[in-house]
Design a protein around this ligand. Sequence first.
Ligand code: BGN
Length: 382
Amino acid sequence: MSNLQSKWRYLVMILGIQLVVMALLSREGYQKRVTYFFRIFRRGDAGGSVRNQTVRDVYANLSLLTKGLANEDSLPYCPQKSPLINGPFHVTFPSGLTLAQVERKNPLVVRGGRYRPPNCESHHRTAIIIPHRNREQHLKFLLYYLHPFLQRQQLNYGIYIIHQAGNYTFNRAKLMNVGFREAMREEDWDCLFFHDVDLIPEDDRNTYTCEAHPKHAAIAMDKFGYKLPYKMYFGGVSALTPQQYLRMNGFPNNYWGWGGEDDDIGLRVSLSGMLISRPSLTVGRYKMIKHKLDKGNEENPRRFNMLAKTRHTWRNDGMNSVQYEVLSREYLPLYTNITVNVGTQKGLQPFNSKAPTQAPSPVKQPESHVETSISKVRSTNS
Ligand code: BGN
């Protein structure tokens, strides 16, 4: 008899538990919980947006592109939407990759990392500005993916590496200002992409062209679960026309070390009366190459105070106040390497190899034809 009673008790208990579980599930968020449950079974698809899409090799069919015999001056315009665009592509980081291999895979890229579509006249002239120091491995992977990615979009493009000389604290935003001025000196670019060296785009529908408002392209990074970390985030990869860039007085020059400068840039966009445009979460996907915080790029403890003052400082700190000294300009096969002295928090001192900083170590490439021009003139707002 007591045996029967305890069986009943168990049965009631199990039913009770089931009721509680069902009640919990049917509250708001039920849908989310069920989706989450099923997602566990789906392999490594954090964003879930590349489903039903064929993920290809970024170089697929690119070797079919060859220089035609047509006269370069009489080429027809490229179609509005490039027929070479595929969508998502695989991004991996094979250890044995060399720059010589990247060069061989991109035979139509010419001196200084320039390219124009061989059989049509592009509608777009895009410069890619990449601040850099001691990240040769990352740069190699970025170039491996960026060149075919941009070629698929039928852009007329150039890649500029802005290399901070010496060991003084890194200044990402100031290097962007240098990149802007030095790139515009060379060509009438209609769009500039300001690009971190460790971010690899994963979908070639993320077009590297400018919009009516400044664009934040790195909206969905793997390190943030392919979501925007916060609404005003403007870090990683952004794009502006020269007019938009100058309207917000470029980027700040005084953020030394990690953090805050991208928030300052985001603030400048709205302070100068513009909005932020973004691609969709499906398309603006990036993989970040994992790394530790670099030596010489420690967290900037002043960033909180500085950000609180941006609304008062942006008009006086930016392109109208940037001071730097170009130490060398090298036209390498895959990019233009501009090595620059950006000075220190105390201002711009002449670059001196005996100072606390050491002589610049420009990024080297095998089989390259280096042409270096030392500019002794300090470049200010000219
Ligand atoms: C933010 C940083 C950004 C950084 C993102 C993502 C600051 C300022 C705090 C007021 N901003 O917190 O610079 O890109 O995280 O890592 O630290």
